[in-house]
Design a protein around this ligand. Structure first.
Ligand SMILES: Cc1ncc(COP(=O)(O)O)c(C=O)c1O
Length: 388
Protein backbone atom coordinates (compact mmCIF):
# COMPACT_ATOMS: atom_id res chain seq x y z
CA UNK A 1 0.00 0.00 0.00
CA UNK A 2 1.40 3.42 -0.87
CA UNK A 3 1.22 6.07 1.79
CA UNK A 4 -1.50 8.52 0.83
CA UNK A 5 -0.87 12.05 1.94
CA UNK A 6 -4.08 14.06 2.00
CA UNK A 7 -4.16 17.61 0.65
CA UNK A 8 -2.98 20.46 2.79
CA UNK A 9 -6.39 22.15 2.43
CA UNK A 10 -7.97 19.26 4.30
CA UNK A 11 -5.26 19.32 6.93
CA UNK A 12 -5.95 23.03 7.35
CA UNK A 13 -9.53 22.34 8.51
CA UNK A 14 -9.90 22.45 12.30
CA UNK A 15 -10.39 19.12 14.10
CA UNK A 16 -13.90 17.81 14.56
CA UNK A 17 -14.95 18.95 18.01
CA UNK A 18 -17.86 16.67 18.62
CA UNK A 19 -15.91 13.41 18.83
CA UNK A 20 -16.33 13.00 22.59
CA UNK A 21 -20.03 13.88 22.47
CA UNK A 22 -20.61 11.44 19.61
CA UNK A 23 -18.87 8.72 21.62
CA UNK A 24 -21.11 9.25 24.68
CA UNK A 25 -24.20 9.51 22.44
CA UNK A 26 -23.42 6.14 20.81
CA UNK A 27 -22.77 4.51 24.18
CA UNK A 28 -26.07 5.74 25.63
CA UNK A 29 -27.96 4.66 22.53
CA UNK A 30 -26.47 1.17 22.71
CA UNK A 31 -27.64 1.02 26.35
CA UNK A 32 -31.19 1.69 25.10
CA UNK A 33 -31.48 5.13 26.77
CA UNK A 34 -34.32 7.37 25.60
CA UNK A 35 -32.22 10.11 23.98
CA UNK A 36 -33.85 13.39 22.93
CA UNK A 37 -31.77 14.84 20.12
CA UNK A 38 -31.79 18.64 20.04
CA UNK A 39 -28.36 18.70 18.46
CA UNK A 40 -28.64 19.22 14.75
CA UNK A 41 -30.70 21.72 12.77
CA UNK A 42 -32.62 19.13 10.81
CA UNK A 43 -36.41 19.54 11.10
CA UNK A 44 -38.49 16.54 12.23
CA UNK A 45 -41.55 17.77 10.28
CA UNK A 46 -42.56 16.23 6.94
CA UNK A 47 -42.26 18.07 3.62
CA UNK A 48 -45.75 19.40 2.72
CA UNK A 49 -47.75 16.85 0.73
CA UNK A 50 -48.42 19.24 -2.19
CA UNK A 51 -44.68 19.40 -2.84
CA UNK A 52 -44.28 15.62 -2.69
CA UNK A 53 -47.17 15.17 -5.16
CA UNK A 54 -45.46 17.38 -7.75
CA UNK A 55 -42.25 15.39 -7.43
CA UNK A 56 -44.19 12.12 -7.88
CA UNK A 57 -45.83 13.44 -11.02
CA UNK A 58 -42.73 14.97 -12.60
CA UNK A 59 -40.51 12.00 -11.94
CA UNK A 60 -42.70 9.90 -14.26
CA UNK A 61 -41.78 12.03 -17.26
CA UNK A 62 -38.68 10.73 -19.03
CA UNK A 63 -37.73 14.22 -20.22
CA UNK A 64 -36.90 14.95 -16.62
CA UNK A 65 -34.46 12.07 -16.35
CA UNK A 66 -31.74 13.80 -18.33
CA UNK A 67 -29.17 16.33 -17.21
CA UNK A 68 -30.78 19.53 -16.02
CA UNK A 69 -29.54 22.84 -17.42
CA UNK A 70 -26.75 24.63 -15.57
CA UNK A 71 -28.95 27.59 -14.96
CA UNK A 72 -31.94 25.49 -13.95
CA UNK A 73 -35.45 25.61 -15.37
CA UNK A 74 -36.56 29.02 -16.62
CA UNK A 75 -39.85 28.61 -14.79
CA UNK A 76 -38.08 27.90 -11.50
CA UNK A 77 -36.02 31.08 -11.78
CA UNK A 78 -39.15 33.01 -12.81
CA UNK A 79 -41.05 31.68 -9.79
CA UNK A 80 -38.16 32.65 -7.49
CA UNK A 81 -38.21 36.13 -9.00
CA UNK A 82 -41.98 36.41 -8.41
CA UNK A 83 -41.66 35.21 -4.83
CA UNK A 84 -38.78 37.61 -4.19
CA UNK A 85 -40.77 40.54 -5.47
CA UNK A 86 -43.78 39.78 -3.32
CA UNK A 87 -41.68 38.90 -0.24
CA UNK A 88 -38.99 41.63 -0.32
CA UNK A 89 -40.24 44.04 -2.98
CA UNK A 90 -37.00 43.45 -4.89
CA UNK A 91 -37.08 42.83 -8.63
CA UNK A 92 -34.59 40.17 -9.75
CA UNK A 93 -33.92 39.37 -13.38
CA UNK A 94 -34.61 35.62 -13.60
CA UNK A 95 -32.15 35.28 -16.48
CA UNK A 96 -28.98 36.50 -14.83
CA UNK A 97 -29.56 37.37 -11.20
CA UNK A 98 -30.68 33.94 -9.92
CA UNK A 99 -29.08 30.49 -9.97
CA UNK A 100 -30.55 27.31 -8.44
CA UNK A 101 -28.30 25.39 -6.05
CA UNK A 102 -28.07 21.81 -4.83
CA UNK A 103 -28.86 23.14 -1.38
CA UNK A 104 -27.48 26.51 -0.28
CA UNK A 105 -24.51 24.83 1.46
CA UNK A 106 -23.22 23.76 -1.93
CA UNK A 107 -23.32 27.29 -3.31
CA UNK A 108 -21.91 28.86 -0.15
CA UNK A 109 -18.98 26.44 -0.11
CA UNK A 110 -18.25 26.83 -3.84
CA UNK A 111 -18.66 30.60 -4.03
CA UNK A 112 -15.14 31.52 -2.78
CA UNK A 113 -13.66 29.52 -5.67
CA UNK A 114 -15.23 32.05 -7.99
CA UNK A 115 -13.85 35.23 -6.40
CA UNK A 116 -10.95 34.36 -4.09
CA UNK A 117 -7.32 34.06 -5.14
CA UNK A 118 -4.87 32.38 -2.78
CA UNK A 119 -3.97 34.81 0.00
CA UNK A 120 -7.04 37.05 -0.42
CA UNK A 121 -8.49 38.24 2.85
CA UNK A 122 -11.97 37.16 3.92
CA UNK A 123 -13.83 38.26 7.06
CA UNK A 124 -15.86 35.55 8.78
CA UNK A 125 -17.93 36.25 11.88
CA UNK A 126 -17.81 33.52 14.52
CA UNK A 127 -19.52 31.53 15.99
CA UNK A 128 -19.99 30.35 12.42
CA UNK A 129 -21.71 27.93 10.11
CA UNK A 130 -18.70 25.70 9.31
CA UNK A 131 -18.89 25.75 5.44
CA UNK A 132 -17.93 29.45 5.51
CA UNK A 133 -14.56 28.48 6.87
CA UNK A 134 -14.07 25.34 4.77
CA UNK A 135 -15.10 27.08 1.52
CA UNK A 136 -12.66 29.91 2.24
CA UNK A 137 -9.86 27.50 3.16
CA UNK A 138 -10.40 25.44 -0.01
CA UNK A 139 -10.03 28.62 -2.08
CA UNK A 140 -6.77 29.47 -0.28
CA UNK A 141 -8.14 32.53 1.51
CA UNK A 142 -6.54 34.18 4.48
CA UNK A 143 -9.25 34.35 7.16
CA UNK A 144 -9.82 37.06 9.74
CA UNK A 145 -12.47 36.01 12.26
CA UNK A 146 -14.87 38.61 13.67
CA UNK A 147 -16.20 37.73 17.13
CA UNK A 148 -19.97 38.00 17.51
CA UNK A 149 -20.70 39.36 20.96
CA UNK A 150 -24.00 39.37 22.79
CA UNK A 151 -23.51 43.01 23.87
CA UNK A 152 -23.43 43.97 20.16
CA UNK A 153 -26.51 41.92 19.36
CA UNK A 154 -24.26 39.34 17.67
CA UNK A 155 -23.50 41.82 14.88
CA UNK A 156 -19.80 42.10 13.88
CA UNK A 157 -18.09 45.37 14.71
CA UNK A 158 -16.46 46.24 11.38
CA UNK A 159 -15.96 49.90 12.23
CA UNK A 160 -13.46 49.00 14.94
CA UNK A 161 -11.31 47.11 12.43
CA UNK A 162 -8.15 48.72 11.16
CA UNK A 163 -8.90 50.43 7.84
CA UNK A 164 -5.94 48.60 6.29
CA UNK A 165 -7.80 45.34 6.95
CA UNK A 166 -10.92 46.67 5.28
CA UNK A 167 -8.86 47.86 2.32
CA UNK A 168 -7.43 44.36 1.89
CA UNK A 169 -10.76 42.57 2.39
CA UNK A 170 -12.18 40.72 -0.60
CA UNK A 171 -15.21 39.04 0.95
CA UNK A 172 -17.36 39.41 4.07
CA UNK A 173 -19.76 36.70 5.26
CA UNK A 174 -23.00 37.69 6.97
CA UNK A 175 -25.82 35.42 8.11
CA UNK A 176 -29.12 36.73 9.51
CA UNK A 177 -31.25 35.40 11.06
CA UNK A 178 -28.12 33.82 12.45
CA UNK A 179 -27.15 30.25 13.14
CA UNK A 180 -26.24 29.56 15.93
CA UNK A 181 -27.04 32.78 17.85
CA UNK A 182 -30.61 33.22 16.47
CA UNK A 183 -29.88 36.97 16.17
CA UNK A 184 -31.60 39.17 13.63
CA UNK A 185 -30.23 42.29 11.97
CA UNK A 186 -31.89 45.66 11.39
CA UNK A 187 -31.95 47.30 7.97
CA UNK A 188 -29.86 50.22 9.19
CA UNK A 189 -27.09 47.83 10.29
CA UNK A 190 -27.21 46.04 6.95
CA UNK A 191 -26.92 49.40 5.26
CA UNK A 192 -23.71 50.14 7.20
CA UNK A 193 -22.21 46.91 5.86
CA UNK A 194 -23.31 47.63 2.30
CA UNK A 195 -21.87 51.17 2.53
CA UNK A 196 -18.55 49.81 3.82
CA UNK A 197 -18.43 47.17 1.09
CA UNK A 198 -18.96 49.85 -1.56
CA UNK A 199 -16.43 52.18 0.04
CA UNK A 200 -13.70 49.54 0.38
CA UNK A 201 -14.64 47.45 -2.63
CA UNK A 202 -15.38 44.07 -1.05
CA UNK A 203 -18.09 41.49 -1.72
CA UNK A 204 -20.76 40.41 0.78
CA UNK A 205 -21.94 36.82 0.92
CA UNK A 206 -25.30 37.07 2.67
CA UNK A 207 -26.67 33.78 3.97
CA UNK A 208 -30.46 33.99 4.32
CA UNK A 209 -31.15 30.30 5.04
CA UNK A 210 -33.41 31.24 7.98
CA UNK A 211 -35.02 34.35 6.48
CA UNK A 212 -38.53 32.86 6.75
CA UNK A 213 -38.25 31.42 10.25
CA UNK A 214 -39.15 34.55 12.19
CA UNK A 215 -41.74 35.05 14.91
CA UNK A 216 -42.60 38.75 14.83
CA UNK A 217 -43.33 41.23 12.10
CA UNK A 218 -41.67 42.70 10.20
CA UNK A 219 -39.83 39.51 9.29
CA UNK A 220 -36.22 39.28 8.21
CA UNK A 221 -35.11 41.46 5.33
CA UNK A 222 -33.02 40.60 2.31
CA UNK A 223 -29.72 42.44 1.92
CA UNK A 224 -30.87 43.15 -1.64
CA UNK A 225 -33.48 45.52 -0.21
CA UNK A 226 -30.63 47.88 0.69
CA UNK A 227 -29.81 50.51 -1.90
CA UNK A 228 -26.57 49.70 -3.69
CA UNK A 229 -26.45 46.12 -2.38
CA UNK A 230 -26.81 44.61 -5.83
CA UNK A 231 -23.40 46.13 -6.67
CA UNK A 232 -21.65 44.09 -3.98
CA UNK A 233 -23.83 41.27 -2.64
CA UNK A 234 -24.81 37.71 -3.39
CA UNK A 235 -27.55 36.22 -1.22
CA UNK A 236 -28.14 32.52 -0.53
CA UNK A 237 -31.60 31.06 0.05
CA UNK A 238 -32.63 27.59 1.02
CA UNK A 239 -35.84 25.59 0.89
CA UNK A 240 -34.48 23.23 3.53
CA UNK A 241 -35.75 24.79 6.73
CA UNK A 242 -38.67 26.77 5.30
CA UNK A 243 -40.34 23.68 3.81
CA UNK A 244 -38.79 20.82 5.82
CA UNK A 245 -36.86 19.77 2.73
CA UNK A 246 -33.32 19.32 4.08
CA UNK A 247 -32.83 16.02 2.23
CA UNK A 248 -34.08 17.31 -1.12
CA UNK A 249 -31.08 19.60 -1.65
CA UNK A 250 -32.45 22.70 -3.26
CA UNK A 251 -31.89 26.41 -2.80
CA UNK A 252 -30.69 29.35 -4.85
CA UNK A 253 -28.28 32.26 -4.99
CA UNK A 254 -29.36 35.68 -6.20
CA UNK A 255 -28.00 39.18 -6.50
CA UNK A 256 -25.16 40.79 -8.42
CA UNK A 257 -25.14 39.33 -11.93
CA UNK A 258 -21.35 39.08 -12.22
CA UNK A 259 -21.18 37.17 -8.96
CA UNK A 260 -24.00 34.88 -10.12
CA UNK A 261 -22.25 34.33 -13.44
CA UNK A 262 -18.93 33.51 -11.78
CA UNK A 263 -20.62 31.05 -9.40
CA UNK A 264 -22.34 29.48 -12.41
CA UNK A 265 -18.96 29.04 -14.06
CA UNK A 266 -17.54 27.24 -11.03
CA UNK A 267 -20.61 25.04 -10.71
CA UNK A 268 -20.75 24.16 -14.39
CA UNK A 269 -17.30 22.64 -13.93
CA UNK A 270 -18.29 20.67 -10.85
CA UNK A 271 -21.96 19.67 -10.87
CA UNK A 272 -24.80 19.36 -13.33
CA UNK A 273 -27.58 21.21 -11.62
CA UNK A 274 -30.65 20.29 -9.60
CA UNK A 275 -32.73 17.26 -10.69
CA UNK A 276 -35.64 18.72 -12.69
CA UNK A 277 -38.46 17.08 -10.67
CA UNK A 278 -36.99 18.69 -7.56
CA UNK A 279 -37.03 22.09 -9.28
CA UNK A 280 -40.72 21.58 -10.14
CA UNK A 281 -41.40 20.60 -6.54
CA UNK A 282 -39.56 23.74 -5.40
CA UNK A 283 -41.83 25.84 -7.65
CA UNK A 284 -44.81 24.32 -5.85
CA UNK A 285 -43.18 25.13 -2.51
CA UNK A 286 -42.92 28.81 -3.43
CA UNK A 287 -46.56 28.78 -4.56
CA UNK A 288 -47.84 27.49 -1.21
CA UNK A 289 -45.61 29.87 0.78
CA UNK A 290 -48.32 32.13 2.21
CA UNK A 291 -50.36 29.43 3.90
CA UNK A 292 -47.49 27.09 4.72
CA UNK A 293 -45.30 29.63 6.47
CA UNK A 294 -48.01 30.72 8.90
CA UNK A 295 -48.50 27.12 10.05
CA UNK A 296 -44.78 26.49 10.32
CA UNK A 297 -44.13 29.58 12.41
CA UNK A 298 -47.00 28.67 14.74
CA UNK A 299 -45.51 25.23 15.33
CA UNK A 300 -42.05 26.58 16.18
CA UNK A 301 -43.46 29.43 18.27
CA UNK A 302 -45.35 26.95 20.43
CA UNK A 303 -42.30 24.71 20.76
CA UNK A 304 -40.05 27.64 21.62
CA UNK A 305 -42.42 28.94 24.28
CA UNK A 306 -43.02 25.56 25.95
CA UNK A 307 -39.31 24.75 26.01
CA UNK A 308 -38.18 28.11 27.40
CA UNK A 309 -41.05 28.46 29.89
CA UNK A 310 -40.37 25.01 31.31
CA UNK A 311 -36.63 25.65 31.53
CA UNK A 312 -37.20 28.97 33.25
CA UNK A 313 -38.69 27.05 36.22
CA UNK A 314 -35.10 26.22 37.14
CA UNK A 315 -34.27 29.94 37.28
CA UNK A 316 -32.25 29.67 34.08
CA UNK A 317 -32.71 32.96 32.27
CA UNK A 318 -32.96 32.31 28.55
CA UNK A 319 -33.49 34.96 25.91
CA UNK A 320 -36.53 34.23 23.73
CA UNK A 321 -35.31 34.21 20.11
CA UNK A 322 -37.15 36.23 17.47
CA UNK A 323 -36.02 33.94 14.68
CA UNK A 324 -34.72 30.48 13.73
CA UNK A 325 -35.58 27.22 15.48
CA UNK A 326 -32.51 27.52 17.70
CA UNK A 327 -32.24 28.46 21.35
CA UNK A 328 -28.83 29.99 22.05
CA UNK A 329 -28.33 30.20 25.79
CA UNK A 330 -25.53 31.01 28.21
CA UNK A 331 -24.67 27.83 30.11
CA UNK A 332 -25.84 27.81 33.72
CA UNK A 333 -23.31 28.36 36.54
CA UNK A 334 -20.64 29.51 34.09
CA UNK A 335 -20.01 25.93 33.00
CA UNK A 336 -17.93 25.40 29.88
CA UNK A 337 -19.94 24.54 26.79
CA UNK A 338 -18.56 21.02 26.55
CA UNK A 339 -18.96 20.23 30.29
CA UNK A 340 -22.56 21.36 30.15
CA UNK A 341 -23.32 19.37 27.00
CA UNK A 342 -21.77 16.28 28.61
CA UNK A 343 -23.93 16.82 31.70
CA UNK A 344 -27.04 17.09 29.50
CA UNK A 345 -26.13 13.84 27.79
CA UNK A 346 -25.12 11.80 30.80
CA UNK A 347 -27.72 13.03 33.31
CA UNK A 348 -30.67 13.99 31.08
CA UNK A 349 -30.05 11.91 27.90
CA UNK A 350 -30.37 15.09 25.88
CA UNK A 351 -28.20 15.92 22.89
CA UNK A 352 -27.35 19.62 22.48
CA UNK A 353 -24.54 21.38 20.64
CA UNK A 354 -21.73 23.08 22.56
CA UNK A 355 -21.37 26.72 21.54
CA UNK A 356 -17.60 26.30 21.37
CA UNK A 357 -18.09 23.95 18.41
CA UNK A 358 -18.98 27.01 16.30
CA UNK A 359 -15.89 29.00 17.24
CA UNK A 360 -14.19 30.48 20.31
CA UNK A 361 -16.84 33.18 20.81
CA UNK A 362 -19.40 30.41 21.27
CA UNK A 363 -17.66 29.24 24.45
CA UNK A 364 -20.01 29.45 27.44
CA UNK A 365 -23.10 28.91 25.27
CA UNK A 366 -25.21 25.94 24.29
CA UNK A 367 -27.47 25.55 21.26
CA UNK A 368 -30.72 23.60 21.31
CA UNK A 369 -32.62 22.89 18.06
CA UNK A 370 -36.39 22.75 18.38
CA UNK A 371 -36.62 19.71 16.14
CA UNK A 372 -38.83 17.50 18.30
CA UNK A 373 -42.56 17.85 18.95
CA UNK A 374 -43.79 20.01 21.81
CA UNK A 375 -44.34 17.08 24.20
CA UNK A 376 -40.80 15.80 23.74
CA UNK A 377 -39.46 19.33 24.12
CA UNK A 378 -41.41 19.75 27.36
CA UNK A 379 -40.04 16.46 28.59
CA UNK A 380 -36.51 17.49 27.60
CA UNK A 381 -36.87 20.77 29.50
CA UNK A 382 -38.29 18.95 32.56
CA UNK A 383 -35.33 16.57 32.61
CA UNK A 384 -32.96 19.56 32.49
CA UNK A 385 -34.84 21.40 35.27
CA UNK A 386 -34.48 18.31 37.49
CA UNK A 387 -30.76 18.06 36.80
CA UNK A 388 -29.94 21.71 37.47
C1 LIG B 1 -26.60 29.21 8.41
C2 LIG B 1 -26.89 28.13 7.43
N1 LIG B 1 -26.73 28.39 6.13
C3 LIG B 1 -26.94 27.47 5.20
C4 LIG B 1 -27.36 26.20 5.54
C5 LIG B 1 -27.48 25.17 4.46
O1 LIG B 1 -28.73 24.75 4.17
P1 LIG B 1 -29.01 23.86 2.88
O2 LIG B 1 -27.69 23.45 2.28
O3 LIG B 1 -29.77 22.69 3.39
O4 LIG B 1 -29.78 24.73 1.94
C6 LIG B 1 -27.56 25.87 6.89
C7 LIG B 1 -27.94 24.51 7.28
O5 LIG B 1 -27.93 24.13 8.42
C8 LIG B 1 -27.31 26.87 7.86
O6 LIG B 1 -27.48 26.63 9.15
Amino acid sequence: MIKIDIAQRLKDLPPYLFVEIDRIKKKLKSQGKDLIDLGIGDPDLPTPQEIIEVLKEKIKDQVNHQYPLDLGLDIFREEISKWFLSRFNVQLDPKNEIIPLIGSKEGIAHFPLSVINPGDLVLIPEPLYPPYRSGAIFAGAQIEYLPLKEENGFIPDLESLNRDILKKTKLLYLNYPNNPTAAMIKKEDLKRFVDLAREFGFIILYDAAYSELTYNSPGACSILEIEGASDVAIEFHSLSKTYDMTGWRVGWACGNEYLIESLRKVKSNIDSGVFNPIQYAAIEALKIYDTHIVELRDIYRERRDIFIQTLSESGWDIKVPEATFYIWAKTPNNMSSSDFVKLLLERCFIVATPGSGFGPSGEGYVRFSLVNDKNRLKEAAERIVKAL
